[in-house]
Each structure stands twice: as C-alpha cells, then as structure tokens.
Design a protein around this ligand. Structure first.
Ligand SMILES: [Zn+2]
Length: 235
C-alpha cells in the first residue's frame, strides 16, 4: 500500500490577513503533524521555517532563532515531506523557470510539498514585521524588510496550493528559505538556483486545524473577497 501524505494546516491565511495574529498553537504540537513547513509566529513576528523537524524564526532584524516547543503560532502548514519526483538541477535557473520545470511533474488540483536544496546565486526574502492584532496584514507587509543575499547555500521548503484553496492558503507556491549556516532566511520573494536538488511530494489529503478557543477568531466577520485580494498582494 502506498503511504498517504497529509498536509496539516493550522488556521488559514485568510484569517491571518484579517489581522488575527495571536499564537494559539504551540510549536511542540505543530511538529507532531509534520517535519517540514512554513508559517509565522505569535504577533506575526517574522517567518516560521520548519526543516528536519526543527522550527526556526526569521525576524525582520535579520536574525534566525531556533524556537522552543512552547512558542506559539497563529498560522502554519506542515507535512511529513516525501519526494515523489526528484531531479538534480545542474544549470542555473531563475525562480520562474524552475517553477515551470517543477510543474511538469504535477497537475493543478493537488497540493504538493516542495523542497529545494542547493546553492543559490540569488535569494530574495522578506520577513513580516511584528504587529498588533487587528492591523491588516497588507498594511504591515507594506513596511516589510526585504533582503537579497548572493551565493548562499541552503534549503527552500514549502507548499504548492491549488487555485481552489486560495483564501485557505495562497494559490501557487508558498516558500520559505533557510541557509545551511542558519544565519539567513525568510519568506521567499524571488531566487535564482545555481545548482541543487529539487524534490516534489504529492499531498494525498489536507487536514485543517482551527483556533477553537480563540474568541477573536470565533467572533470575526470575514470579507472573503477582500481577504483573497489581500493574499494576492501580500503573499
Ligand atoms: Zn510565508
């Protein structure tokens, strides 16, 4: 029997866009659901990167910290990554060209887990700056620090989401990066791969968790179209 891969998503990007930033699940709990993934930390204090079962926070001041199990997150998506397709990329490729090449290996209607390990001639990331609950995410993102590093080795982790799930997540790629030396990382805006190994894993099922005890979430009124547009702008 083929092993099933489950993508576990805690809360939704839509809720995050609406300004619900309170951390309501611990890293310890989250890591039970997967060893690779993306997200953010309580008060959207930077980018969450989960690699090899460890959680890292890339903050706007360009620091990376390994997170302890008691730190909380408002939003994350994790998976026990299992590669179905794997290829070595030996020629330099832009992010767009590599994405197109990866898409030759999967259709449009299933989630995929993505892992790219290698040497990047360019890596352009942002870190969402810490914000108070209620300030719209797009507003916070308009002041986000961005950094470009050249010739850095590391790993891109993330998820590709089908169009049908835009709002729950962001349709297309949501990728975070962590350098091998753990000093540089963040939410990937653009990159150029010098050479490396690309892994794509088919996701068989989606498990959706909710902040069931968070009053602000329970009482929130969501304008879905607005939130979808905000995801297009900020993610
Ligand atoms: Zn991100």
């Amino acid at each position: 029997m083929t092993e099933m891969t489950t993508l576990y998503q805690y809360n939704t990007l839509g809720a995050l866009m609406a300004g619900l930033y309170k951390g309501t699940m611990t890293i310890g709990e989250l890591l039970k659901h997967g060893d690779m993934g993306i997200g953010t930390v309580d008060s959207i204090d930077g980018e969450l990167i989960i690699l090899d079962g460890k959680a890292y926070q890339a903050k706007g001041d360009k620091t990376i910290t390994e997170l302890s199990d008691d730190v909380t997150v408002p939003y994350a998506a994790v998976v026990n990554h299992r590669a179905d397709h794997r290829f070595n990329q030996t020629e330099k490729l832009s992010a767009d060209a590599l994405k197109a090449k990866m898409e030759e290996h999967f259709g449009e209607n299933l989630f995929q887990s993505i892992k790219i390990t290698g040497s990047f001639s360019k890596m352009h990331v942002r870190m969402i700056p810490r914000a108070e609950e209620g300030v719209a995410f797009v507003e916070v993102a308009s002041n986000q620090p961005e950094y470009i590093e050249e010739n850095v080795t590391g790993t891109i982790v993330g998820v590709w989401t089908p169009e049908l799930f835009h709002g729950v997540s962001v349709a297309g790629y949501h990728l975070h990066f962590l350098s091998d030396d753990h000093v540089f990382g963040g939410h990937v805006l653009d990159f150029e791969l010098e050479s490396g190994e690309v892994e794509i894993g088919r996701v068989d099922e989606l498990q959706q968790g909710f902040p069931v005890n968070n009053e602000n979430f329970l009482k929130a009124k969501f304008n879905v179209n607005e939130l979808k547009a905000a995801i297009d702008t900020a993610e």
